[in-house]
Design a protein around this ligand. Structure first.
Ligand code: SF4
Ligand code: SF4
Length: 390
């Protein structure tokens, strides 16, 4: 199916049936591809500890071949990330065009530093459908402190404006941290005034440099208050929210809250990046992450190599990896997640479980079970999950 038809179908599914991407389990509907480990920033919480490029990053031919295999495996959306993908701009532009030819929706996560009107237009012309840009605070110094380079707040805001000016879809990615939690309403006001309609709020997962700043993670009470705040805000604004970084069930929880309160969300779903299947953590089930050197991880927040596409075909890795197959079998989960009635529909964040215990099948210490029980989200009624990539 051509990409235009695919987008039309997605839009219709969303508008008429409230459904997004859908497929049989064990189809990598969404893939994130970190095209380089190099970055022009040094963010304190960077989950891939981006710094310099790897010496053995994939070349164009290898990446194109991987995209062809993804198309055969059923991939619908490919998100370029890094490091900073704009440091390999020509590479990304060529691959985006290749994605469009292969019927895959291309998108990109960038820190925005290298985006201006000209580059925004180049991305759009290459077929990039959406760009994720971080704004982590309305206080420029606080954003710059987290991103570890002065001036990045101003550049990120300019990047957002440039993308919106050329009608490139923008998703703001924003960290919810303990000490900036109280300013989130102000941040949403600021983003709305900028013309932003889609926001992905990230929880901190202790991976990469994120491990060193875990004392800044939200408390559980803040996390629950945030979910409630976003659900209520969704009612009043023409904005769409999701939560990423280990909270994939946000759309389902918010939907039940709306049902319970008899309120009507304008929209609950980021246009291209949500999936209508009840699995919660989608690592290795509907999603994987391709690393700059061809390694494959189940998720960018679960840095366990399950194979390398230079040594084995992507198709063979996806179908035969012992680790991916273990992640698909929820009866193997241990501890609280293993005993939980939400085991199949939630499964806990496998990345956080691994980061905290060294075992990707162990309990996820950030658990929303109590909230789901309170809000009448029953395991059997969970139908969808949201965008959860980095
Ligand atoms: S214990 Fe919590 S995190 Fe684990 S599956 Fe149940 S609800 Fe999800
Ligand atoms: S491991 Fe699962 S829940 Fe955690 S960030 Fe990845 S996809 Fe989301």
């Amino acid at each position: 199916m051509g990409i235009g038809l695919k987008l039309l179908e997605l839009l219709l599914r969303q508008k008429l049936f409230g459904q997004g991407l859908k497929s049989e389990p064990n189809t990598p509907l969404i893939v994130s591809y970190a095209v380089t480990k190099a970055c022009n920033l040094q963010c304190l919480h960077c989950h891939v500890s981006a710094n310099d490029a790897m010496k053995d990053e994939l070349n164009l031919q290898e990446a194109m071949q991987a995209i062809d295999e993804m198309a055969n495996l059923g991939t619908q959306a490919l998100i370029f990330s890094g490091g900073e993908p704009m440091l390999r701009k020509e590479f990304v532009l060529t691959l985006a065009e290749h994605c469009v030819d292969a019927g895959i929706i291309p998108a990109m996560l960038t820190n925005g530093v290298l985006i201006n009107h000209k580059t925004a237009m180049e991305l759009k012309d290459a077929g990039i459908m959406a760009v994720g840009i971080p704004i982590d605070s309305v206080i420029p110094e606080r954003h710059d402190q987290l991103r570890n380079v002065p001036g990045t707040f101003t550049k990120a805001v300019k990047a957002v404006q440039a993308c919106l000016d050329v009608d490139l879809e923008v998703v703001i990615t924003t960290m919810a941290l303990e000490d900036t939690f109280d300013e989130i309403p102000e941040r949403i006001d600021f983003l709305a005034a900028l013309g932003v309609e889609q926001v992905a709020v990230y929880d901190l997962v202790p991976v990469g440099r994120g491990k060193d700043v875990m004392d800044q993670a939200m408390s559980q009470t803040q996390r629950e208050n945030l979910i409630r705040y976003l659900q209520q805000t969704q009612e009043n604004r023409d904005m769409v929210f999701t939560m990423s970084g280990g909270i994939p069930l946000y759309p389902e929880i918010a939907l039940e809250m709306h049902r319970f309160n008899d309120t009507k969300p304008r929209d609950l779903l980021l246009k291209e990046f949500w999936i209508h299947n009840p699995v919660g953590c989608h690592a290795g089930i509907f999603y994987f992450s391709l690393r700059p050197n061809g390694d494959v991880y189940p998720c960018t927040f679960l840095p366990v190599t399950v194979g390398n596409i230079r040594e084995q075909s992507l198709t063979s890795i996806w179908h035969n990896s012992k680790i991916l197959n273990e992640l698909r079998e929820r009866s193997l989960l241990k501890g609280k997640c293993g005993r939980c009635e939400y085991r199949d529909s939630c499964g806990g964040c496998r990345g956080r479980a691994y980061a905290c215990s060294g075992d990707y099948l162990e309990t996820d210490p950030v658990c929303l079970r109590d909230l789901m029980v309170r809000e009448n989200v029953f395991p059997k009624t969970v139908k969808r999950f949201g965008w959860c990539v980095g």
